[in-house]
Design a protein around this ligand. Structure first.
Ligand code: NAP
Length: 353
């Protein structure tokens, strides 16, 4: 096999890491490619689930003795601690690799230090190769670990005139089946989905990850969270079914915010403590407004259907904006057509002060 450059190997490691999206929490996604002394790929691995082998260990096992004198190319600094598995830094030292190339340092105090351990063992360590690409691939986990609460993606569906439901309250289905399948794929990458009790009362959603063609459930389901200050979620609501775990987050349990609703920062802190690193906020308009007003949304994913309603609730209610100067400005990072609909991904711009 032909030799590959370290840069090329890192591109591949980032691809491998993405295979773990949605199944590794509370751990990060990590990919690793092992090159032998001649630069040939002799091992590949990714972290598939918490408690399972780390990417480096999978790649080292494939490489066997050919790892000696070679280069390990890894998307995140190898861990330096014993958790459910042993330190990857030690495994790399024992395998006698000559060099370790890392995209992003580990931000967690408990697991960091792998680079220093490797250097102390005489291994050359290079940091920062394809760092922004690797950072993007792991953005939810890295953001959550750096600041202590989960990464929040607000997803909504609306007509081209920004309506989230019709005047009579009906909102199923605004977008096409293709767009809804895309939402299920997005749900499969997060650890929790959140809705307000208003959505449960209006739509009685299941919020599971399903194959829309045959209705079959995915093996791994995100935690379903209803933000419900007074516990109004009906006992027979579909969200309480046995298909996935559900948390009815009441003000009594989480704490109340200034307006009497559930305290949203406390809710996110509680989710972080439960091991949740990425959440999908699925509405409705009032809860989304409260999250945005509090600056708690990291990414917006809007599905826009080529339809007009002319009446009915807006996709967003009361986001704390009363004048144009207070508008929440977004930077669009992706526009993709999905069936007849548009999916727009955007990041809220950081506000001054
Ligand atoms: N198109 C879409 O993407 C989409 C998505 C979802 C929903 N919808 C539509 O939205 C409509 C429901 O709208 P909605 O605004 O009533 O639903 P919602 O945002 O899901 O729920 C709002 C409720 O959440 C509770 N809540 C608890 N703590 C809160 C806090 N800190 N901030 C804000 N709310 C808090 C409040 O009820 P308590 O005071 O009782 O706790 C509040 O009335 C339905 O017609 C549904 O079909 C559309």
């Amino acid at each position: 096999m032909a030799s590959v450059s370290v840069d090329e190997a890192m591109r591949r490691a980032i691809e491998l890491a993405a295979r773990g999206l949605g199944t590794t929490s509370p751990n990060p996604v990590v990919g690793c490619v092992l090159l032998d002394a001649d630069g040939e790929v002799v091992g590949e691995g990714f972290h598939a689930y918490a408690g399972g082998p780390h990417a480096e260990i999978v790649a080292l096992a494939q490489a066997g003795h050919r790892a000696k004198g070679g280069t390990a190319v890894v998307t995140l600094e190898p861990c330096d601690h014993t958790g459910r598995t042993g330190p990857c830094s030690d495994a790399l030292v024992q395998a006698q690799v000559a060099r370790v190339v890392i995209a992003v340092p580990d931000p967690t105090p408990v697991a960091a230090g792998g680079a220093a351990t490797l250097r102390a063992a005489g291994i050359r360590v290079d940091l920062g190769v394809r760092a922004s690409e690797a950072e993007n691939g792991n953005v939810a986990w890295l953001t959550a670990m750096r600041r202590g609460w989960p990464y929040v993606i607000w997803k909504y569906a609306a007509t081209l005139d920004g309506r989230s439901a019709a005047a009579d309250g009906t909102s199923m289905w605004i977008t096409s089946e293709a767009a809804r399948m895309d939402v299920h794929a997005l749900r499969a990458t997060v650890d929790a989905v959140i809705v307000g009790v208003g959505t449960v009362l209006a739509d009685d959603p299941r919020l599971t990850v399903r194959n829309l063609r045959d209705g079959s459930l995915a093996i791994r389901q995100p935690l379903r969270v209803v933000v419900d200050s007074a516990g109004r979620t009906p006992l027979d609501a579909q969200i309480r079914d046995a298909a996935a775990r559900t948390w009815i987050a009441t003000a009594a349990e989480v704490g109340a915010g200034p307006d009497g609703g559930v305290d949203l920062p406390a809710l996110l802190a509680a989710l972080h403590a439960k091991g949740v690193r990425a959440v999908l906020l699925e509405g409705g308009p009032k809860l989304a407004g409260a999250f945005l007003a509090a600056g708690l949304v990291d990414r917006v994913v809007g599905y826009l259907a080529p339809r007009l309603l002319g009446a009915g609730p807006a996709a967003l209610v009361d986001a704390g904006v009363t004048t144009i100067a207070e508008a929440i400005d977004l930077e669009i990072t992706d526009v993709t057509q999905i069936g007849p609909d548009l999916r727009i991904t955007a990041l809220p711009r950081k506000r001054e002060g």
